[in-house]
Write a protein that binds this ligand. Sequence first.
Ligand code: MRU
Length: 352
Amino acid sequence: MRSVRWNPDGPVVEMIDQRLLPGEFKVISFSTHEQVADAITQMVIRGAPAIGAAAAYGLALAAMNSSANETPHLIDELSAAASTLREARPTASNLNWALERLLRKANSLLSTKPDEIRNLMLQEAQRLADEDVEINKKMGIFGATLLPQSSRVIHHCNTGSLATVDYGTALGVIRTAHESGKTIHVLVDETRPRLQGARLTAWELDQYGIPFEIITDNAAGSFLATGNIDAVLVGADRVAANGDVANKIGTYMLALAAKDNDVPFYSIVPTSTIDLDAASGADIPIEERDPSEVLDLMKAGRPIAPSDSRARNPAFDITPYRLITAIVTEVGILRPPFENSLREAIEKAQSK
Ligand code: MRU
């Protein structure tokens, strides 16, 4: 099933609880936008495109739940709900992008009756979610051309069906290559501290029948130095105008090791992840999460450090554009200089 979907009985937004995988597959329902915002913060759902779609459905819920009889009043309530959803996580561009898309729609409907706006908000959220799947498949086709017929790749975090509405970004490229008959072997970075690689990417690859081995994040450099790795594939939470990429913590070290060993490093992103208002990575807000995620892995109640230890837990880092070989989007493969190719990609996407 999709990572997030609308269920008209309720109505509710349903999400796979990604905190429980791979041990338990459980779907949770949310009936208010505040609950959806909390689910994003708590990482019931995670991954930039997935939280964008979840926020869009959250805003549709806010529209359904509003008792406003007048359109301006409804739009004010939607703006307030969007602020709550926007604050759920700071780094992913897609969250704000999705909310702005729905708010733009609402603001274009000032002469429309509130009930009609409620329906149109839901329709727009559904459209956004459906488009996300199509976009991933297009990126998969472009990205798969970059991989040799027989490839060994390193993948960081989880960028698959779970991180998107369905299919995936970097994992989508791996899936397309596999589905088109290429022989792909994936070294899966475990991705400390929340283990999105070991828990979620491995769970997905297992279902797709794609061979993989899990490695510790610390082992990636050593594997890259062997000369047996054809590419490093990652997603991104936000791409700045100069091509700097914010992605899961550890991506920067991976890119450094790839560069030192002449291994191509690809970031696969929908254009909704590109933020031309951020001139460089320095303008991208980096989420710092609770130290308990570092001190007590998966908050399992089994601390791995002395009880009075302090920890730092930045959830993302910035990979400078100079370490990135290409950025794959739904409108094509972008090469340096990224300040030109990113701008052209946005224009191309908007003209479709
Ligand atoms: O903290 P997370 O699990 O939400 O981080 C997710 C990532 O870093 C992904 O690589 C990114 O969102 C791109 S996935 C489509």
